[in-house]
Write a protein that binds this ligand. Sequence first.
Ligand SMILES: Nc1nc2c(c(=O)[nH]1)N[C@H]1C(S)=C(S)[C@@H](COP(=O)(O)O)O[C@H]1N2
Ligand SMILES: [Mo]
Length: 438
Amino acid sequence: MKNKKELGFFEAYKQDPIKADLDIFGRKTDESRRGFLKKSSLLAFAALIGANIPFAANYPSGLIPAALAAVDENFKIEGKNGLLYHNDKPITAETLPQFFDSEFVKPEHFFVRNNGLAPEIKDLDPKNWKLVIDGESCLKPTTFTLEELKKKFKHYTYALTVECGGNGRGEIIPATSGTQWGVGAIACGRWTGVRVKDVLESCGIKNDAVYVGYEGIDIPLDGDASKKPISRGIPIKKALEEETLIAWAYEGADIPFMNGYPLRLVAGGFPGSVSGKWLTKLSVRNIVHDGPKMSESYKVPVNPVAPGTKVSKDTEMKIIESMPVKSVISHPITNFKMELDKTLEVRGKAWAGDLEVKEMEISIDFGETWQKATVEKPLNRLAWQSWKASVKFPQKGYYEVWARATDTNGKKQPMVLPAWNPKGYLNNSCHRVAVYVG
Ligand SMILES: Nc1nc2c(c(=O)[nH]1)N[C@H]1C(S)=C(S)[C@@H](COP(=O)(O)O)O[C@H]1N2
Ligand SMILES: [Mo]
């Protein structure tokens, strides 16, 4: 439990993290967490933790020691546990890394990212649930009940990775506004439903179709039910992939209420924002879908910009599609303590948007040398992959285990930070955990 002083920070953070200049751990971002940036500070840090740092000479300047990025705050959301709470309006909460240790993320540990006010459970009635298929490029607009969808179309189950475009934003320097996610705005598990492809094709798709937009029944934070907080979508090509589902089940049970019960679009490998929750409509569009959060959000500059740049209207931006290669360490969790003569098994998961992960490495010397981990094949396309490795440490002291994945195109995760962008998307830098060897 946090002490009173910290709770005060936390309240201020909740109201306006940027203005309060506080990070999710309730610390002044510039003074402490973001203050441990100079190499000389590493000595102060070593004194603080009372441990030697054997590979200190390799420590990149600009990095915050993983030990300081420890998160252990829990918050109650109906049907959820083990989540790190970020905000209650809209509700945002991420999964703690230890819950990535199971083969797939359990429903109660699946992160929550709402943009508006979630519907109330009483308004979610699967018996009367309807899905409208329409749009300029739909030949026969049709309304299906959930029962009809289940009856008319073949069922499929795929393990699909859903990762928020802003996952990892908390580490971006200089900080950008938006939820200061750690590594946990991602989940992978087995979704069951019907293919978007089968449903749209049964309604006829015109040749000029370019996009499919979704709508759900959540409403904006101001309570104005005539508007939607978010209505994004996917290019028609992605919509027609075999793995793109209209799903009603997750890990063999109804989708959790906060994750889109009773029906949800799931397009794995793309930013989570395209996977519409509480799904009521799919529109086949002859233009790039223009719903809320399509024009300003989930875009990055076409050409890299210097960190901190204010992009103007003329800056050419592109919509984020496939997410970049990334991995998490699910064991050990940060600030792990162990004895020198023991071997440490390091485990985690890795994924690569539309691609597959072909190689996984870990480092215990701040990226100077890397050791290969073994990576399993994904259950199906767009599923995350399990990996593991064993390490021994050369002497007592403070270490960080860093994990780095490489995708099938040969792209590796950046060790420190990827290209900065104004909204802090796509931070796929290496996950780091602190290990004390005594
Ligand atoms: N209807 C609706 N769908 C939505 C959202 C939302 O606010 N409303 N948030 C999107 C975003 S930004 C993300 S990252 C994912 C998060 O899914 P989850 O809350 O199930 O983890 O849902 C997406 N689908
Ligand atoms: Mo998101």
